[in-house]
Design a protein around this ligand. Structure first.
Ligand code: NAD
Ligand code: 6OD
Length: 486
């Protein structure tokens, strides 16, 4: 039986309490292994190790030395690519075809990109006159923020965790990571890679466990953490912000979304269908950037619905190791309960179920998995909870619109503001509409096309702050101004 421990101060350690929880394979409901659950003692040990490591060799390294180590971390992930891939697919059930193209390569790239970027970011300097005529010079320097608490979700476990750990370490911080209880494995494995790459003990620490009244809450309550970076639900983000307020700690929050896709009659229909299929169903709909609300200009509405239905019905539902699979299970039976409750609510609210709406028939060996059908609805009122709540499942509601203004108003009608996809071949319209959408990330004729130098994050209740490129470096460093009187 596989046993997953915490990684603290360069060693794998179990919980003093002996408390453990199950790690379940969502593709078949079977036990993968047992995971140690951190109590306050383990979280405290991890934070102490991270604090001490700030003053150790890590804090004294040059940028070049630190950057070279982070390149070795990326190389270490790539050298064990298949092991990381197996582990990620086992924990999440996602198709290997997806994880091998997105999760694992991005997990490695997140280290290289920020290791390089940190070496080329300028700061500022100002000359100023003074009354005595001698003048003064101001210049800014960046320093690590300190010990960073990283709390990450289960949908893209390695990718989203390293998206924070990469820049945090590149900037010279130390980290204590609390991965999701659903997906503990790849974060645990990263400890071995860090060790082999020469990351000093205490720089990267992992505590396993749940959120509330467990490792997550103990980490956010710990007074010696300098800042938190969190990806997860908006409600959890509120709790983390409250905890961070004690002691005036900074928090970067990447939260939920209920993203709109706007499909104009002048779109390239093939591109719009392909992109909307991916944005609604990739990772079984468990992508924060995914499109759960699709608004389609009336003249092409019927054709769009028919073609999206066909595309959804052509998806191959299956386990990770089937090379043909492009729709895996949800992450857990709990998540399936949530998604199915919305499938039922849609029916109760009078939706037309265009396709799906239930649980697929699976072979006996997979029957215990968290499978759901990809689902499309039309006909719901704009205030139905199915249209306003983030479901985080393989589903979308499609509604017609008549004017550009109406489409923009519909897209902006919710308290979320994470991402949006616009489908049009009219460039003026693309710029005009993109500029008016209230979201942090807008894609035109694409979806989830990522350049890691760009600002990433949500507006409104989808988050606070931006990460990516220099924005990550801003969050993970403290800038100080030095004023020299001449
Ligand atoms: P979640 O908020 O339930 O959990 C995320 C992490 O927070 C987990 O590690 C969990 O254990 C921890 N946690 C939960 N309660 C906590 C508490 N009280 N104190 C400290 N830690 C706590 O989110 P999830 O279900 O893992 O992920 C899905 C959600 O994440 C969706 O809402 C999705 O939109 C969002 N998400 C957002 C982005 C983004 O970039 N904006 C990216 C991915 C996922
Ligand atoms: O690509 C990224 O950097 C990123 N943070 C993606 C988030 C996906 C949400 O599920």
């Amino acid at each position: 039986m596989k046993e997953i421990k915490h990684y603290i101060n360069g060693e794998y350690v179990g919980s003093a309490s002996g408390r453990m929880f199950d790690n379940i394979n969502p593709a078949n409901g079977k036990l993968i292994g047992r995971v140690h659950e951190a109590g306050e003692a383990e979280v405290d040990a991890a934070v102490k190790a991270a604090r001490a490591a700030l003053k150790g060799p890590w804090g004294k390294m040059t940028l070049d030395e630190r950057s070279a180590i982070l390149h070795r971390v990326a190389d270490g992930i790539n050298a064990r690519f298949e092991e990381f891939l197996d582990a990620e697919c086992l924990d999440t059930g996602k198709p290997r075809s997806m994880a091998s193209h997105i999760d694992i390569p991005r997990g490695a790239a997140n280290f290289k990109v920020f290791a390089d970027m940190v070496k080329s970011v300028p700061t500022e300097s100002f000359e100023m006159p003074t009354p005595d005529g001698t003048g003064a010079i101001n210049y800014a320097v960046r320093r690590p923020k300190g010990v960073i608490g990283v709390i990450s979700p289960w949908n893209l476990p390695l990718l989203l965790m390293t998206w924070k750990v990469g820049p945090a370490l590149a900037c010279g911080n130390t980290v204590v990571v609390k991965p999701s209880e659903e997906t503990p494995t790849t974060t645990a494995m990263l400890g071995e890679v860090m060790k082999e790459a020469g990351v000093p003990d205490g720089v990267f620490n992992v505590v396993q466990g749940f959120g509330g009244n467990s490792a997550g809450a103990f980490l956010t309550a710990h007074p010696d953490v300098d800042a938190y970076t969190f990806t997860g639900e908006t409600g959890t983000g509120e709790l983390i912000m409250q905890a961070a307020a004690k002691g005036i700690r900074d928090a970067s929050l990447e939260l939920g979304g209920k993203n709109a896709g706007l499909v104009f009659a002048d779109c390239d229909m093939d591109k719009a269908i392909e992109g909307t299929l991916r944005s609604a169903f990739a990772n079984c709909g468990q992508v924060c950037l995914g499109t759960e609300r699709v608004y389609v200009e009336r003249p092409i509405f019927d054709e769009f619905v028919a073609r999206l239905k066909q595309g959804a019905e052509d998806l191959v539902i299956g386990p990770p190791d089937n090379p043909a699979s492009n729709l895996g299970p949800l992450v857990s039976l709990k998540q399936r309960e949530k998604v199915l409750s919305y499938y039922q609510k849609a029916v109760d609210d009078g939706a037309t179920v265009v396709t799906g709406g239930g649980v697929p028939d699976m072979p006996e060996e997979l029957a215990g998995g968290a499978w759901v059908q990809p689902t499309i609805w039309t006909g719901l009122a704009d205030d139905s909870a199915v249209v306003t709540d983030e479901i985080f499942g393989p589903c979308c509601h499609i509604r017609p619109f008549d004017t550009e203004e109406e489409a923009i108003e519909l897209a902006n009608s919710l308290p979320y503001g994470l991402a949006s996809a616009i489908w049009t071949e009219n460039t003026s319209r693309a710029h005009r509409v993109a500029g008016q959408i209230e979201a942090g990330i807008i894609w035109v004729n694409s979806w989830f096309l990522r350049d890691l130098r760009t600002a990433f994050g949500g507006s409104k209740q989808s988050g606070i702050g931006r990460e990516g490129g220099v924005h990550s470096l801003e969050f993970y460093t403290e800038m100080k101004n030095i004023c020299i009187k001449l």
